[in-house]
Design a binder for this molecule. Structure first.
Ligand code: ZN
Length: 340
């Protein structure tokens, strides 16, 4: 079941930036590694997605997830340098892609042939208090911003990866964080709530800047990870006209939180059904976390998206509902968030 799909989150730019060889050619020709490259995206019906640029946390000597030094803040200068490299990679891919990929800066540019890439900043560490970096990144194409990754910064606090746990950990937005949310609204940049803690979530909701969006998260009722959303949060997202991009990371899907690829695709469908029940089917979308997480074995990469659509259909989503989940909900919400 090959449906044009918009995916709320991938980390291919982090995967390829600084990797061996020519990262532009690796993406365009397909390197077969990780989860996303252009040939596999085209094969899977990937019509577009949010491409994250991400200032990485320092590692404690070894590059393993459990060795990431989450507690330490990331210095602004280092974060900015890292992010500029990843933005430049996306712009170079666009220049060399011959129309097969474009950076979408307006709702109209989400449509049409080829992949529509939405530039997303995952963690606002590169942004200065004067918002100069925000304006430059916006001019480069930035249209989505997550205040935090899973760590504290000058704007807000992110959730940990503790399991089990709740998103109600840490303080809400700082004064600078509220200023940044308003600045994003004024420029037509979506504010993404994935990785943000619960107090920060409600602080953003209170500002009423537009639809509440969590680009790559799941339902806490089905998997008690702090990265997932409580039923109360899901209802608020639905009431705001926003959406949840269901994350495919097995550790955010399974009731036991295990990092086990032997996780059936119907687990993703169960999260989608739960969000639909509490927030409405207009709030259900996809947010794979490709190239940044552990995928279920039946969904080894972006080329396998049709297998997921088939499972969603089996789970009871009608053809019209599948169209909403695969692409139309993201299309509607991005257009609303980009209206200034
Ligand atoms: Zn993430």
């Amino acid at each position: 079941m090959r449906l044009p799909t918009f995916d709320g989150h991938n980390d291919v730019l982090s995967r390829l930036h600084g990797a061996a060889g020519d990262p532009v050619r690796r993406f365009l020709d397909g390197d077969g590694e990780g989860h996303v490259d252009l040939p596999r995206a085209e094969a899977g019906g990937f019509a577009g997605g949010c491409f994250a640029v991400f200032p990485c946390s320092p590692f404690r000597g070894v590059e393993e997830a459990d060795a990431v030094d989450y507690a330490s803040p990331v210095a602004r200068e280092r974060a900015l340098a890292e992010v500029l490299g990843q933005v430049a990679l996306l712009l170079r891919i666009e220049r060399a892609a011959g129309g097969r990929l474009r950076v979408a800066r307006s709702a109209a540019e989400l449509d049409g042939p080829g992949v529509a890439a939405v530039l997303h900043l995952e963690g606002a560490e590169p942004i200065d208090a004067g918002l100069e970096a925000l304006d430059v990144l916006h001019a480069a194409g930035l249209r989505s911003l997550g205040l935090v990754w899973s760590r504290p910064n000058a704007f807000a606090a992110g959730v940990s990866f503790a399991f089990p746990g709740t998103p109600d950990e840490g303080p809400g937005l700082t004064a600078l964080g509220r200023q940044l949310v308003r600045a994003c609204a004024g420029r037509g940049i979506l504010v993404d709530l994935s990785h943000l803690n619960e107090r920060g979530f409600w602080d953003v909701a209170a500002l009423e800047h537009g639809p509440l969006v969590a680009s790559h998260s799941g339902a806490h009722a089905l998997c008690p990870s702090p990265r997932n959303l409580t039923d109360e949060q899901l209802r608020a997202i639905g009431a705001s006209g926003g959406l949840v991009g269901i994350n495919f990371h097995v550790g955010f899907l399974r009731a036991d939180g295990a990092d086990d690829p032997d996780t059936p695709l119907r687990t993703i469908a169960a999260h989608a059904a739960h969000v639909a029940e509490l927030a409405g089917v207009e709030a259900v979308a996809l947010g794979s976390d490709f190239d940044g997480a552990t995928m279920p074995r039946e969904l080894p990469d972006v080329a396998a998206l049709p297998a997921l659509h088939a499972v969603l259909a089996e789970a009871g989503f009608s053809a019209a509902e599948l169209g909403l989940v695969a692409r139309a909900n993201w299309r509607r919400v991005l257009e609303a968030a980009w209206r200034t």
